[in-house]
Design a binder for this molecule. Structure first.
Ligand code: KIV
Length: 272
């Protein structure tokens, strides 16, 4: 059971704002299916992100670009059926909001209506601000995402740390302020220098949640499959693995295969 504020019955965007004010760190993990969402919700996670990283860890694509709006809705509605406490945020997938704010709004409305999610997340700053504003004007809470934005991987060309140069750092700070002014309830900062992330968290009033952005922010997010060690080929410096489920699951399956082949399973007590 969580040791922090287990008395919170339901995490809302307002609860996150209060957590920032009282300096309680926000915990966030990705999840894409009913069974895992049920476990992490009961463990006391504050926010569940139905990330478009589902494209990588669930579907095996190299990037987040191929996942569709309907696939995100499928994952999000599975998660929503499981949760009792966490705030559920869903990524708007690549191609569902860039360049056309009306399409952005209809994508966000479709996600909210068909999945029952509580908020959406969009990647980008100034270039998507019209979409952010239009979605917010419909009463849909929006989480921003700056720094390494995986939907733009073909523009960046690499997954290295972003905003190390002054010019890019200044643009990031300006974008963070723009998203705050537009009315976003929180902001994810991915893979940027810790000092810069801390500065952003100090300069804006909305919660800043980091991944590879150091400890000076208001909360942390990891991809669940990475922190549980289900994925094992991906080892960035920022990732702390809490388990090695790849090896544990593999070992369990090997034992099952052996038991079946050696006629050990099922035994007399395991049959009718
Ligand atoms: O899709 C995702 O998992 C994300 C996190 C890495 C923040 O956007």
């Amino acid at each position: 059971m969580s040791v922090h504020h287990s008395e919170i019955k339901r995490v809302t965007t307002h609860v996150l704002q209060e957590m920032k004010l009282r300096k309680e760190k926000i915990s966030m993990l990705t999840s894409y299916d009913y069974s895992m969402a049920k476990i992490i919700d009961s463990a006391g996670i504050d926010v569940i992100l139905v990330g478009d990283s589902a494209s990588n860890v669930m579907a095996g694509h190299e990037t987040t670009l191929p996942i569709t709006l309907d696939q995100m809705i499928y994952h999000a509605s599975s998660v929503i059926r499981a949760i009792e406490r966490a705030l559920v945020v869903v990524d708007l997938p690549f191609g569902s909001y860039q360049g056309n704010s009306k399409e952005a709004l209809s994508s966000a409305i479709k996600i909210m209506k068909e999945s029952g999610a509580h908020a959406v997340k969009l990647e980008g700053g100034k270039e998507i601000i019209e979409s952010v504003q239009r979605i917010l004007s419909a009463g849909i809470p929006v989480m921003g995402h700056l720094g390494l934005t995986p939907q733009s991987i073909y523009k960046f060309g690499t997954y290295i740390v972003r905003a190390q140069e002054e010019e890019e750092a200044e643009t990031l700070i300006a974008d963070a302020k723009l998203l705050e002014q537009a009315g976003c309830f929180a902001l994810v900062l991915e893979k940027i220098p810790a000092d810069l992330a801390k500065k952003v968290a100090e300069e804006i009033t909305i919660p800043v949640i980091g991944i590879g952005a150091g400890n000076g922010v208001d909360g942390q997010v990891l991809v669940m499959h990475d922190m549980l060690g289900i994925t094992h080929e991906f080892s960035p410096r920022f990732l702390r693995r809490y388990h090695n489920l790849y090896e544990e699951i593999k070992g369990a399956v090997e034992a099952y295969v052996n038991d079946v082949k050696s006629l050990d399973f099922p035994n007399e007590k395991e049959q009718y």
